[in-house]
Design a binder for this molecule. Structure first.
Ligand code: FAD
Length: 337
């Protein structure tokens, strides 16, 4: 059982900044995220895009913002459960919440902050009849740990940044063989990545199959080969250890929708007049996941909500202590040892 002061569900920019604001008032945090990396939408959807409305930064790449937030929260030593979806919540008799992930990891705290953004990113799955038989047995939709693929044969499908980035990464360093399959001639990824992939294909480091798609999976218990068909309906079998269909992730509110929280239009209703609390005492919702009159789904607004929320969490956790707001210019940033 992981024990902390605040369980934060969602390690997007808002969840990360919550650690900082909580740390300033000596509250410890543990973050849970379904994705294998922190950063939420900034890391998963647009890491290389510049953001122009973060105060003090005329322009900052979304990925750099995440790196900076990680640096900023370092003194407060947050815990992370990454690559796991928070699936269940229960309240004990002594007012503690137990949050359990799909994978079974248990977390306990008196306060839960849901910073789940647009929800859990669900992979877009290709329509292959026996796909389920090979999930986690050779078919992976996200790369949680690149080590798993070391010296293996990989087939990667997709035409976006994720497919290209991983194909380049594995072809450069890790895998013994990389085949990149894409159903058209044009890619949606960054031009620079596409050019690199083309060069690697010319040099024989990537086996590039355009106008093609994987249509069949074979293996006995785990994946052994995939069948690829091109536009001329010609088929080829490729022996492989893994197939990574990287067709993008689409967000869904997911398990949180069944926790008894008041939900409106796929978002959690909160009290914005006070502290971003939900209808369940001790559970707050901040960032893109919440809704209230005038809500704006912006990082800046999520940061504000996190700051207000942790003050209320402090009162709940330490009902007999008085917390006086101090400027960081006066108090500095004293982390946890
Ligand atoms: C292309 C694009 C451009 C944008 N540009 C801007 C901009 O210029 N300025 C701006 O302010 N905003 C911009 N936004 C919006 C901004 O990215 C969001 O407001 C911000 O990411 C919200 O942060 P968050 O932490 O609330 O949620 P998210 O970033 O969505 O993170 C939520 C995290 O929660 C996780 N999660 C959800 N449910 C669970 C669960 N049950 N268990 C475990 N993990 C869970 C998800 O995996 C995710 O990582 C843009 C968005 C997009 C898509």
């Amino acid at each position: 059982m992981i024990k902390t002061d605040i369980i934060i569900i969602g390690a997007g920019p808002v969840g990360l900044f919550t650690v900082f604001e909580a740390g300033l008032i000596k509250l410890k945090c543990h973050l849970i995220d379904a994705l294998p990396i922190p950063g939420g939408q900034c890391a998963e959807i647009y890491p290389k895009k510049p953001i122009y409305d973060i105060p003090g930064y005329p322009s900052i790449l979304a990925g750099d913002l995440v790196d900076n937030l990680m640096e900023q929260i370092k003194p407060f030593k947050p815990g992370f459960t990454l690559g796991e979806t928070a699936a269940n919540i229960e309240k004990t008799e002594d007012n503690q919440f137990i949050v359990t992930t799909k994978q079974g990891t248990k977390h306990q705290a008196p306060v839960v902050a849901i910073a789940g953004g647009l929800g859990v990113f669900i992979p877009r799955k290709p329509p292959i009849f026996n796909l389920k038989d090979f999930e986690e047995k050779g078919v992976n939709y996200i790369v949680k740990d690149p080590e798993v693929f070391k010296n293996k044969k990989l087939v990667i499908s997709g035409g976006g940044d994720s497919a290209l980035d991983w194909a380049l990464f594995f072809a450069n360093e890790y895998a013994s063989e990389v085949t990149l399959v894409h159903r058209s001639q044009s890619f949606r990824a960054h031009l620079d990545s596409v050019q690199k992939a083309m060069t690697m294909a010319e040099n024989g480091k990537i086996n590039l199959l355009l106008d093609s798609e994987v249509i069949e999976l074979n293996g006995n218990g785990s994946l052994d080969s995939v069948v690829i068909r091109n536009k001329s309906k010609e088929k080829a079998t490729i022996h492989t250890d893994f197939w990574l269909p990287l067709f993008g992730l689409s967000p869904k509110l997911g398990p949180i929708a069944n926790w008894g929280l008041e939900i409106k239009k796929n978002a959690i209703v909160v009290d914005n007049a006070t502290d971003y609390s939900t209808n369940i005492e001790g559970i707050y919702a901040i960032g893109d996941v919440n809704t209230y009159p005038g809500k704006l789904k912006l990082i800046l607004c999520g940061f504000h909500e996190a700051t207000i929320m942790v003050q209320s969490a402090f009162k709940k956790i330490h009902p007999n202590k008085n917390n006086v707001l101090k400027y960081t210019t006066v108090s500095g940033v004293t982390g946890f040892e």
